[in-house]
Design a protein around this ligand. Sequence first.
Ligand code: GUN
Length: 282
Amino acid sequence: MLILGKEVAAKTLEKITENTIEFEKKYSRKPTLAVIIVGDDPASQTYVKNKINGCKQVGFNSLSYEYENGTPEDEIVAKIKELADDRNVDGILVQLPLPKGYNEQRILANIPDSKDVDGFNASNIGCLCLNRPRTVSCTPLGVMHMLESTGIDLAGKNAVVLGRSNTVGKPMAMLLLNANCTVTVCHSKTVNMSQFTKNADILVVAIGKPKFVTADMVKDGAIVIDVGINRVDGKLCGDVDFENVEKKASYISPVPGGVGPMTISMLLYNTLMSAIARENEQ
Ligand code: GUN
């Protein structure tokens, strides 16, 4: 069966839109997301455009700041500090990856916890590790909603995550662990990866290689979530060989229409939560 992130996300967007109307009535302003992009990577530009469109769709304000590759790091940090001090800005997002040469961690560290709608800051990641989640990274959070949409009890399941990035793999593993799965993280240095993947009841793939996961690597009846977005011969495809793995999986998410729309809906959810929390603090 397909897990259509697009449909799960649509329900979340409806709820966010309703709550945004209430928010505006109560506080006489709209939730506001500021997005910073550096350089001209076409994939990043598309993601940012989709995020801005998402804001429009649910009734948020959005601000976007585009910097050429080569812009001094201090100029970007100064903008983040300005946005951090702006009472009307609820979320600050720096689109990753930044071009080579930028110190991502140094730049991101300037986003205050209360506006870190990506959940990438050390304290938000730390809270997730302590199983006291605050703002959780959008893509892994979206994957959890997709898994929950199957209605399957996650406790005790063997979950295998392919990829160990700070943005997806690591927080994904923590969320699955917090949901009482037995979690294995595989990565580029893992020897004989299929010995792990063949044992997975839940397989989350975020490795960034087109059609990397083939049918022989997958257990019959597994739930397979494909986080990859690759462009091959002008066509989008995931990290999973969808046509063949679909025959073995009990549930599988397609690319496009799977995880991508979930990431955006979770970003908007995090922004609304940040806006409400900030109003309640004032
Ligand atoms: N690049 C790929 N995914 C993401 C994300 O969720 N947030 C940011 N900021 N950059 C990304």
